[in-house]
Design a protein around this ligand. Structure first.
Ligand SMILES: [Zn+2]
Length: 339
C-alpha cells in the first residue's frame, strides 16, 4: 500500500510550477531560461493529464506507473518496464547506492549488553527496504537499551527514505531519555508535521532495562511475542500508526522476562508471507515454531524462525520486506522472584 493521495502529488506539481515561474521572472541566463520553460511546460502537461484523469499512466503500455516513483518525480511518463536502457542503468546505479547506504544504517548483529542478547535478520524484498530496525545503546550507565522495529507505507526508494527519516528522528529523540510511549508521541508529532504527510509507519519502540524488565509501546504494529517455557504470549498494539494524527497517545506495556525468555518482533512481510496457494503464514505459525526452538542459541533461533517462513513460502517470490528481531534475557541472569 502506498499511503499517498493524488492531492499530495498535485500540491507537489503546483509548488514546482510556482518556483519555476518565480525563477523565470528573475531573468537568469538565456540557456537556463529555456530549460526552465521546458520544465514548466512538463509541469503544466502533468497537471493537464491529472485534470483529464490519465495522469500516472505509462504512455507505452497504459499500465499505472509505480506510485513511489511518481512521488519522487511527478513528471515521469513511463513505467519501469518501459525505461530506455540508459535510464534503466542510471536507476539501477542509484538503487545500488541507496541499498549500500541503507545497509550501513543497520545496527550491529549479535549484540550483548547488560543481561540482554539481541539479534535480527533484515531481508528486503528488492534492493532497498521499507522496514526499519534499530538498536540504540544507552548514553549512561543507568539507561536501558532502546530497540525499534517498524514498517513504513509503500515499498522501494520512497519507503527507504522514510525509513532513514524515522531512524534519524528516533536517534535524535533518544538523547532526551524519554519513556518509550513519550518517545513515540514525540516522533509521531514530528512525523505529522513533516513534508511526508499522507504516509504512515507502524512501529514498536522498546527499552530493555535491568532485572529482565522490558517496556514496549506499539504504534499499530504486529503483536510482539513473549516466548517462554510456559508458552507464547502476544502483546497487541494499543496505539495508531505514526503519521495519522498528531495528537495520538501511546501506552507503555511492562513485560518481565525470566532468564532464557525472548521477545520476538517482526514485520508483516513475515506474518503475511504466503505459500503458492495464497495461504498466509500467520502469527500462530510464528508463535508455534518459536516455542518449539526456543532453547536454540539466539543466532540459531532467529535463523531457524526465518527459515521456517521461507520453507512455507516455497518457490514463491518474496513480495514484502521481512525483518525479525529477537531480544533474549541471558540464561545466566538472576531469576526474578515469582510474583
Ligand atoms: Zn509501461
Amino acid at each position: 500500500m502506498v499511503g499517498i493521495t493524488d492531492r499530495y502529488i498535485r500540491e507537489q506539481l503546483e509548488m514546482r510550477r510556482e518556483r519555476l515561474t518565480t525563477a523565470i521572472a528573475s531573468a537568469p541566463a538565456p540557456a537556463v531560461t529555456i530549460r526552465f520553460h521546458e520544465l514548466l511546460s512538463e509541469v503544466d502537461s502533468a497537471l493537464q493529464r491529472m485534470d483529464a484523469g490519465n495522469y500516472g499512466i505509462c504512455e507505452v503500455c497504459n499500465d499505472p506507473i509505480e506510485r513511489d516513483r511518481l512521488i519522487e518525480d511527478p513528471l515521469i511518463r513511463l513505467c519501469l518496464d518501459h525505461l530506455s536502457s540508459e535510464e534503466r542503468r542510471a536507476l539501477e546505479g542509484d538503487l545500488e547506492l541507496a541499498a549500500g547506504i541503507q545497509r550501513s544504517l543497520l545496527p550491529p548483529t549479535n549484540l550483548q549488553l547488560l543481561d540482554w542478547q539481541m539479534e535480527y535478520e533484515y531481508k528486503p524484498a528488492g534492493l532497498v527496504s521499507g522496514d526499519y530496525c534499530d538498536v540504540i545503546l544507552p548514553s549512561d550507565s543507568n539507561g536501558g537499551l532502546t530497540f525499534l522495529i517498524g514498517d513504513v507505507s509503500g515499498k522501494g526508494v520512497a519507503a527507504s527514505l522514510l525509513m532513514s527519516y524515522l531512524r534519524a528522528t528516533f536517534r535524535s529523540l533518544s538523547t532526551a531519555s524519554l519513556d518509550v510511549n513519550k518517545l513515540l508521541e514525540a516522533a509521531n508529532r514530528l512525523f505529522c508535521e513533516s513534508t511526508m504527510a499522507g504516509q504512515f509507519a507502524t512501529l514498536i519502540c522498546g527499552s530493555a532495562g535491568r532485572d529482565g524488565e522490558l517496556q514496549i509501546a506499539s504504534a499499530g504494529h504486529c503483536p510482539a511475542l513473549v516466548v517462554s517455557t510456559d508458552g507464547v504470549k502476544q502483546v497487541r498494539a494499543t496505539g495508531l500508526p505514526l503519521g495519522m494524527f498528531s495528537t495520538s497517545h501511546y501506552t507503555a506495556e511492562r513485560i518481565e522476562l525470566q532468564p532464557g525468555d525472548s521477545l520476538l518482533l517482526y514485520t508483516d512481510g513475515i506474518s503475511e508471507a504466503r505459500d503458492r496457494n495464497g495461504n498466509e503464514y500467520g502469527i500462530e505459525s510464528i508463535a508455534h515454531f518459536a516455542h518449539k526452538c526456543r532453547s536454540q542459541s539466539l543466532q540459531q533461533f532467529t535463523a531457524m524462525c526465518l527459515n521456517d517462513v521461507r520453507r512455507f513460502s516455497g518457490d514463491t517470490t518474496q513480495s514484502d520486506d521481512q525483518t525479525m528481531m529477537v531480544i533474549r534475557r541471558d540464561k545466566s541472569a538472576n531469576a526474578l522472584p515469582v510474583s
